[in-house]
Write a protein that binds this ligand. Structure first.
Ligand code: FES
Length: 163
């Protein structure tokens, strides 16, 4: 059974006191849970619900909406490739096809060595720099196949390149 560490529990309690309602603290508490458990599955939803004294369904309603909340264990490098309008116009689909072929995974999957996971996502808010990809918390912009290949190669070698 998953449980929050004492530090995470205290951090979550402080958040619930800071916001006018408990529900307002749900998203930041989900990020704490994601840091603790790696992803938010059904068990994690129950742990969050119990801590916040809300129903697990209330947690599911929010976690199901946001792609930043991982429903499955992500790889060490979680690739989130935008496929919204600007990025699609700028050939994001070609990048997606390439990464699927290169890594041998489909959208929502993780490589066998757990190094990469892939997720096709909605707008990342950087449309003027399309196509874009988020790798964990680093945003890569104006992607070309060449740039994309360099990023993936660097990650395979344990380096996180700057954009
Ligand atoms: S459409 Fe891709 S960042 Fe907005």
């Amino acid at each position: 059974m998953k449980t929050f560490s004492e530090a995470a529990r205290m951090e979550a309690s402080a958040l619930m006191e800071r916001y006018p309602t408990r529900m307002a603290a749900l998203i930041p508490i989900m990020f704490i849970a994601q840091r603790e458990f790696g992803h938010i599955d059904e068990e994690a939803e129950k742990v969050i619900a119990e801590l916040m004294d809300i129903s697990p369904v209330s947690v599911r309603e929010v976690s199901g909406f946001y792609f930043m909340i991982h429903k499955h264990p992500p790889g060490k490098y979680h690739l989130q490739i935008c496929h919204n309008i600007s990025c699609t116009i700028m050939a994001a689909e070609k990048l997606l096809t390439w990464v699927k072929d290169e890594l041998g995974i489909e959208d929502g999957q993780r490589t066998g060595d757990a190094l990469f996971s892939l997720e096709r996502v909605e707008c990342l808010g950087a449309c003027d720099l399309a196509p874009v990809m988020l790798v964990n918390e680093t945003l890569y912009t104006n992607l070309t196949l060449e740039k994309f290949t360099r990023i993936i190669d660097a990650l395979k070698n344990g380096k996180i390149p700057e954009d």
